[in-house]
Design a protein around this ligand. Structure first.
Ligand code: TXA
Ligand code: MG
Length: 345
């Protein structure tokens, strides 16, 4: 398949390109587009064939449900059978923005979108290109992240082009995604709202609106390989680069000592280090993760892909679980490392 690429300037969006991409959605095609979290791979949420093609293009298991994207609250009526009180409050507070709410689905939403569940995930992105695309398509857009299944989510147009050229009809190539990690997913269909996937909108943010909100225990209890996984899904690698990743957590000096030791033990491999301190290392590739958690999140998937491009076989990632969106970073990093975590002290 020929993939049409529209390069757009995020500060000055060319509506002709958006119109052409929206026409692709309307005729049942697939369009990759930027959002403020990661790039999405979109199709008309009400076109069964198109939604099936998303799973094919990504190589994604069909029991993993998709998020449906809207560009105004009016579109919610088509998707939700009911909007729980907590969903209303969270939408008011955080939408448009990097958050997704799970609500009971309407009859119009197919099992193909929800993976057979009776709920639907709804997101109203703030990214102007995403918004313009959905509005011009005049239909809610079902979209997972625009990576091949199992690869790190795409946060630049290049990542999307690398993964999906030849597999989708059109790519809107805009700027780098601001957040760099996927939206915070909140289930509002239970007695109290539960964060199923952490993101830039943190538990503290959610609790400022609904104080009883919780984090799902499979997210909160991230385990290292020395522990027994608490649920089968946690055994699997997601967001995984080709390189093996080992997370090294702890104080700056202890982490330095441990990574130095690991590098010298692995001289037969091409090693890389992702740093979040001013530690220096004698590895083939050293990449800075950033000085704050927000930077760590913004750079994470780009860095993981970069190590692969440079042929690194073994990556040691410095990490300190502190502040802001630490839980979101930890969740992705531990998955990329398939829960190989060393606590240095
Ligand atoms: O930031 C984002 O959310 C990006 C951009 C493109 O919007 N999208 C994204 O989609 O990350 P995806 O498909 O990669 O992740 C969707 C997550 C999956 O973990 C899926 O299992 C969960 O949301 N999900 C979707 N519908 C659900 C439902 N009805 N109940 C529970 N979880 C659901
Ligand atoms: Mg994804």
């Amino acid at each position: 398949m020929d993939t049409r690429i529209y390069h757009i300037d995020p500060k000055n969006i060319d509506m002709q390109s958006i119109g052409a991409a929206a026409a692709v959605i309307r005729r049942g095609g697939l369009v990759a587009f930027p959002t403020e979290t990661v790039y999405g791979l979109g199709a008309d949420a009400f076109c069964e064939e198109a939604v099936k093609n998303i799973y094919k293009a990504k190589g994604r298991p069909s029991d993993n449900p998709l998020i449906v994207h809207i560009s105004d609250f009016g579109m919610l009526d088509m998707l939700a059978a009911e909007v729980p009180y907590s969903a209303k409050k969270l939408m008011e507070a955080f939408m448009p923005g990097p958050v997704t709410v799970i609500v009971p689905k309407s009859d119009r939403v197919s099992d193909t979108v929800t993976g057979g569940l009776d709920t639907v995930a709804v997101r109203f992105p703030s990214d102007p290109a995403a918004n313009a695309l959905i509005a011009a398509a005049r239909t809610p857009i079902a979209a997972p992240s625009a990576n091949l299944s199992g690869k790190p989510s795409p946060t630049t147009a290049k990542h999307v082009i690398d993964d999906l050229s030849g597999r989708v009809d059109c790519i809107i190539a805009g700027g780098d995604c601001e957040a760099g990690v996927e939206s915070t997913v909140i289930d509002t269909t239970r007695a109290v709202p539960v964060i199923l996937r952490p993101g830039i909108i943190t538990l503290e943010d959610v609790r400022s609106i609904i104080p009883s909100a919780e984090v799902d225990k499979n997210v909160a209890e991230a385990v290292s390989i020395t522990d027994k996984p608490r649920c089968p899904g946690m055994k699997y690698k997601h967001y995984a680069p080709d390189a093996e990743v080992v997370v090294v957590e702890g104080g700056k000096n202890a982490v330095k000592r441990e990574i130095d030791r690991l590098i010298s033990e692995n001289r037969d491999k091409i090693t890389g280090v992702m740093t979040c301190s001013d530690n220096t290392y004698d590895a083939e590739v050293v990449i800075c993760a950033g000085n704050t958690m927000a930077e760590y999140a913004h750079n994470l998937f780009t860095n993981l892909r970069r190590f692969d491009e440079l042929g690194v076989q073994l990556v040691f990632a410095e990490f300190r679980s502190e502040g802001g969106c630490a839980l979101a970073v930890k969740n992705r990093l531990y998955k990329a490392a398939a829960h190989r975590v060393i606590y240095a002290d």
